[in-house]
Design a protein around this ligand. Structure first.
Ligand SMILES: NCCCC[C@H](NC(=O)[C@@H](N)CC(=O)O)C(=O)O
Length: 470
């Protein structure tokens, strides 16, 4: 007698968590590569003549193709069509290709007149050829890393829906944050030993390992699909999944609740990731610290978020309350940014700054831990990849534009300071206006969070309910 399959790999906790570790390991190295140059701006200014504007433009190039060429939207459609394992490989290849181009741009070979050097230095001469090549590479890497982000999110839902979904997403984000922490320690160390090229070279090599990890995941995913298919053939209704059609995307764009979540996402993240880029300067200015003292004070921020996000994920899986957590996270963010903006200089002590950073870390755990696992409650599984990619796309617009807005606000609210600094005077920027703008994003996010909770109550999406189906 042939024994029928009633369970799949999804039902084995070892297989489920192994799949998560494989997916999260690639995100660990991907988040490392995102910030591999972040601690090296001074070195890049002396070795490759990258001024702060050039450095900022290279950093922002990560989002360029995703936003303007709509790559993220296509990535979601591709993901829903070809499935998690193939999309993971595509995104992994894009990351490795993009990283290799960036590595080439900053390499000694290129900068000593290697292939393409004359061409890339023949136009727009105020922007170094090395930075142009790095931008092209980083924009391609950006397509890969954001596609990997949506693919991993859909992959986690595939393995953990109805189980420890928020805990798994929280752990994946914690592992990615550990990557950010690791690269801030490793990259300056490697650059001291072998220059910027060594840091980026090691980052690229790690991405290659990340691609291999996605390759191992491929076989887990394939086996799960084969088992699910067998259940489907046996007529098990819970395993039925409809085909994705482009016209299904209409359901995403016409869902008011989904759009509210996307709005909340862009407002919240615009007050977090761009703030990270300005936080060191703000702390230096407000506390009269050196760059390294300010950056080590700020390093508690991702570490705090890393510890708390999985714990909050566990709470949401077992007790629910995701919509309330979105409200609390937005509220805490407003309080922290207002503390940075309005505390008088004489009262803005190290202890106050540290407390505000830790509380902001709590906010950075509350919102991601509750936002991403809520998306599958709002849209059909067949359009989930597209739904995540649309949220990422809207979020990427904010992440690209906010640093420009904040940089402009900082300069305009401090007339003459840039010139005084260029002349060697020991003056500091006043960060009140930029910090008020960040707080303003928080206020708008809080209003949307209230509205979301009301919508959820009216329409019954179950955002306040636990994820684990007992
Ligand atoms: N499984 C959760 C995925 C989202 C994590 C989220 N990352 C992003 O939103 C990225 N689009 C941001 C970026 O690339 O800069 C996070 O909280 O890290």
């Amino acid at each position: 007698m042939v024994e029928k399959i009633h369970t799949t790999l999804r039902d084995s906790s070892v297989a489920r968590w192994t799949a998560l570790i494989l997916l999260a390991s690639t995100m660990f190295v991907a988040y490392m590569f995102i910030d591999v140059l972040a601690p090296l701006s001074t070195m890049l200014e002396t070795s490759l003549k990258w001024t702060p504007d050039t450095f900022g433009a290279v950093a922002g190039s990560e989002y360029f193709l995703n936003v303007f060429a709509f790559f993220l939207i296509f990535a979601g459609i591709i993901l829903d069509r070809i499935g998690v394992r193939r999309a993971a490989l595509v995104s992994g290849f894009l990351m490795v290709i993009g990283a290799s181009i960036k590595l080439y741009g900053i390499s000694d070979y290129f900068n000593a007149g290697g292939f393409g050097y004359d061409f890339f230095n023949s136009f727009w001469t105020g922007f170094p050829g090395s930075a142009k090549v790095a931008c092209i590479g980083f924009a391609i890497f950006g397509c890969g890393v954001e596609m990997a982000g949506v693919t991993v999110s859909k992959g986690i839902v595939k393995w953990f829906a109805g189980k420890e979904l928020a805990l798994a997403m929280g752990l994946e984000m914690a592992i990615a944050r550990l990557g950010v922490f690791a690269v801030f320690r490793l990259s300056p160390f490697l650059a001291e030993k072998g220059g910027v090229t060594l840091s980026v070279g090691v980052g690229t090599l790690l991405l290659l390992i990340g691609l291999l990890t996605f390759g191992v995941y491929f076989f887990f995913d394939k086996k799960l699909d084969a088992q699910t298919e067998a259940l489907r053939a046996a007529g098990d209704e819970t395993s039925q999944e409809e085909e994705f059609r482009i016209s299904d995307l209409k359901t995403i764009f016409t869902s008011k609740t989904f759009m509210v979540v996307a709005g909340l996402c862009v407002l919240f993240y615009s007050a977090i990731f761009p703030f990270q880029k300005f936080a060191t300067g703000m702390l230096e200015s407000r506390l009269g610290m050196t760059t390294s003292e300010a950056s080590s004070l700020f390093s508690y921020f991702p570490i705090g978020a890393m510890i708390l996000t999985p714990l909050l994920g566990w709470f949401i899986d077992n007790k629910g309350k995701a919509a309330s957590m979105l409200m609390l996270g937005s509220l805490l963010m407003i309080v922290c940014h207002l503390i940075f903006a309005l505390t008088p200089t004489e009262s803005f002590t190290f202890a106050i700054a540290l407390t505000a950073i830790i509380v902001l870390g709590v906010s950075f755990s509350l919102v991601p831990a509750s936002l991403w696992p809520s998306v599958p409650k709002l849209v059909d599984n067949k359009v989930l990849g597209s739904a995540y990619s649309i949220i990422f796309w809207i979020q990427n617009i904010g992440l690209m534009l906010t640093p420009i807005l904040i940089g402009w606000a900082l300069k305009s609210s401090n007339p003459g300071i840039a010139e005084q600094i260029a002349a060697g005077e020991a003056v500091k920027y006043n960060y009140t206006v930029p910090m008020l703008i960040f707080a303003g994003f928080g206020v708008a996010a809080l209003l949307l969070a209230f509205y979301l909770k009301a919508l959820d109550k009216k329409k019954g999406f179950g955002l306040e309910l636990p994820n684990i189906v007992k």
